[in-house]
Design a protein around this ligand. Sequence first.
Ligand SMILES: [Zn+2]
Length: 242
Amino acid sequence: MQVAPSLHRLGNGLINSYLVEEAGQVTIIDAGVPGYWGDIPAELAAMGRSIEDVRAIVLTHGHSDHIGFAERMRRERHTPVQVHELDAALARGEVPNPAKGLGPTRIGPLVRFMVYGGLRGGLRNRPLGEVVTFGDGATLDVPGSPRVILTPGHTPGSAALYVPSRDALFVGDALATYAVTTGEEGPRVAPFTADADEAVRSLARIENVDARWVLPGHGEAWTGGVAEAVRLVRERAAAPRG
Ligand SMILES: [Zn+2]
């Protein structure tokens, strides 16, 4: 679906993969689950583009529900897949997921997430055979020229990607606008986070970014400003759970 001009999303909002077009070329940001592979041609066609126009996949982090179809595309299309150097081993499946359990859950939303992912091959995610790594502060030489802002906590190499020409900040799971484990809406620390305190501290690195579109890995786009999203995450993180 179209989020904004030259900015599309695969999936229904539970697990997001984004397509960003600039000057006729496309970068895919996060690769969701393997089953999204079949949705790519139609989504690109809706952008007036084709698979030939995809130049790169950039991952916000190395979790399995973000690497989705990346290895297939890398093998079949020779599309380079980029990730922060601190998450490269995770993306290649060489280290276990650093997440510290689920946190609070509600059975309905959690089952919905598992079934949605499972039906789309979420249990058959193939780790990357090869990745290109980047560091904090880099401007990537791919369509949209995303600027890397390292936001460790969810994973050590979690990175937000700022695309000024599209007024968009892709935050990955540095924050979520929907908790797949409880069904709660609104900006919050994402479930499956390795170090929640560090994740909250890292938000200081993005809070002054001026972007109309805040695009999370899970949940709907946030258009209330980056600073307000960050404020709400901090507020929720500080509140005792009742
Ligand atoms: Zn994640």
